[in-house]
Design a protein around this ligand. Structure first.
Ligand SMILES: C[S@@+](CC[C@H](N)C(=O)[O-])C[C@H]1O[C@@H](n2cnc3c(N)ncnc32)[C@H](O)[C@@H]1O
Length: 247
């Protein structure tokens, strides 16, 4: 996909994407705790967060790191990150608005992290990320399966098919080709959604369009209305894979 199209899609997504959450049981705190148990300590480190989005993880990392470069193709995502960082009194984040492969990043970082981002897919993307990491490269991506029955139904109604996005299994192969033998730790999460109908229609159309199919709003509206009414409330299981690559 072309760079400007990628930026267009993610700018559109930004305002429905979860922002930084300071609560004790936030997903970022849980991730950092898990990483800490596995020897990934961000304290005092120089960090690069690739495809950082609204800064869900970035801000939590910046609270203990020396500095974080937060890179994302979407200006809207970075604006939300900046807003949350200010609210949290965090001032050691430098935002970089760029496609990862176009970014001219100087020197090495102690830790490079990339979570749930399509910024890294090709072998060269992983080669570049690894070349920027001094100690560790942490990757979190989609797992081996994707259970999204509602979205599957929507694709079928459009005559298309929902594909499993690039994720941890492909990343593991790339690491291997680049000379790093890594293990993937898979885990399951349940994602809960409760969204007003209009917003849910918009979000589903977004998923269909980024999946390469032209969305028909009336089909999506009919599907969601018949299953849910005015509030779209559903949950689905998501598998993710964590890779910690020691340099
Ligand atoms: C699903 S969000 C993940 C955000 C964040 N890492 C998190 O875990 O909450 C994916 C992010 O990757 C960014 N992205 C997509 N393609 C990119 C690219 N080629 N270069 C840099 N960022 C990209 C999007 O703009 C979006 O913010």
């Amino acid at each position: 996909m072309q760079r400007n199209k990628q930026a267009y899609f993610w700018n559109k997504k930004a305002h429905s994407y979860p922002i930084y959450d300071a609560r004790e049981d936030s997903s970022a705190k849980k991730l950092l705790e898990k990483l800490g148990q596995k020897g990934v300590e961000f304290g005092g480190k120089r960090v690069l967060d690739i495809g950082c989005g609204t800064g869900r993880n970035t801000i939590e990392i910046a609270k203990i790191a020396a500095s974080v470069d937060a890179l994302d193709i979407s200006g809207e995502m970075l604006a939300l990150l900046d807003k949350s960082a200010k609210e949290q009194g965090v001032s050691n984040i430098r935002t970089v608005q760029s496609c990862f492969m176009d970014a001219d990043l100087q020197g090495r970082y102690d830790i490079v992290i990339a979570t749930m981002t399509p910024a890294l897919q090709a072998l060269e993307d992983f080669g570049k990320a690894l070349s920027l990491a001094g100690e560790k490269f942490v990757y979190v991506g989609w797992g081996r399966t994707r259970s999204a029955p509602l979205l599957e139904k929507a694709f079928l109604l459009h005559g298309g098919k929902l594909h499993l996005p690039f994720g941890a299994p492909g990343a593991k192969e790339h690491f291997g080709k680049l000379g790093y033998s890594v293990v993937v730790e898979y885990s399951e999460e349940v994602w809960e959604h409760e969204t007003p109908l209009e917003k849910a229609i918009e979000e589903m159309c977004w998923h269909i369009e980024i999946g390469g199919v032209e969305p028909d709003r009336s089909i999506v509206e009919k599907l969601l209305k018949s299953e849910f009414g005015d509030m779209v409330k559903h949950s689905h299981n998501v598998e993710t894979g964590l890779i910690i690559c020691e340099i």
